[in-house]
Design a binder for this molecule. Structure first.
Ligand code: ATP
Ligand code: MG
Length: 240
């Protein structure tokens, strides 16, 4: 039996919200408006995953699938320094791939699974999990097919999480929700419908606060504490 590993987000408040950090063996989703910190959290996790277990890391390598071209290796440097790690060594342990279509994204996952069978990975990032689907299935009447392909992709991610004891961190966008929603002044909801809702074990809802502050709430998890937790986006990554 594999035992769950919890990887620090860099923020104690966020870690507490998550019961210690983001977990292996399942999918953690972050959704929220632009600049709410989804990609910055991904960068921080790239580093913290490589910390030893006793420092709340995962002692493992990281795979990063980037669909929007927003990974910045130079951002890793100050984050690694903040955790007292060698930036070049940290960068060497991040396997990076840019995906250009949803099929490409799926095929990259197949290749990564082969790599994970050989080397100790502890984190897989897909930022964003849905962007290419929204481009590749933008036509009228394509929604059902999109959701079917999205479900396939997500079930592959779940399989990887369970087979290799990896934490899967995916980001998602918000879409307009004229019917209501949680942003009272500007109603929005996570994209991906029930397919994504079903696949993600933990759904983090991020929004901007004052200045560098960001606010995180757990979305739709009856067994986790309610409430908002504030963190900051800094040069050294996510912090309290
Ligand atoms: P999108 O939906 O556009 O992908 P996102 O949720 O991924 O948005 P991020 O890219 O994670 O958003 O957050 C961008 C924000 O992070 C910037 O607006 C800035 O406030 C902050 N940020 C980025 N780099 C730094 C840095 N070096 N120092 C401090 N803050 C930074
Ligand atoms: Mg982003």
């Amino acid at each position: 039996r594999k035992s769950v590993v919890r990887i620090t987000t860099g923020s104690q408040a966020l870690d507490e919200l998550l019961g210690g950090g983001i977990e292996t063996l399942c999918i953690t989703e972050a959704f929220g408006e632009f600049r709410s910190g989804k990609t910055q959290l991904a960068h921080t996790l790239c580093v913290s995953t490589q910390l030893p277990i006793h420092m709340h890391g995962g002692n493992g390598k990281v795979a990063y699938i980037d669909t929007e071209g927003t990974f910045r290796p130079e951002r890793i440097v100050p984050i690694a320094e903040r955790f007292g790690m060698d930036a070049n060594a940290v960068l060497d342990n991040i396997i990076y791939a840019r995906a250009y279509t949803y099929e490409h994204q799926y095929n990259l996952l197949l290749g990564l699974a082969a790599k994970m069978a050989e080397e100790p990975f502890r984190l897989l990032i897909v930022d964003s999990v849905i962007a290419l689907f929204r481009v590749d299935f933008s036509g009228r009447g394509e929604l059902a097919e999109r959701q079917q392909k999205l479900a396939q992709m997500l079930s592959r991610l779940t399989k990887i999480a369970e087979e290799f004891n990896v934490a899967v961190y995916i980001t998602n966008q918000v879409i307009a929700d004229p019917g209501g929603g949680m942003f009272i002044s500007d109603p929005k909801k996570p994209a991906g419908g029930h397919v994504l809702a079903h696949a993600a074990t933990i759904r983090l809802m991020l929004r901007k606060g004052k200045g560098e502050q960001r606010v995180c709430k757990i979305f739709d998890a009856p067994n986790l504490p309610e409430g908002e937790h504030v963190f900051q986006v800094t040069s050294g990554g996510i912090m309290d």
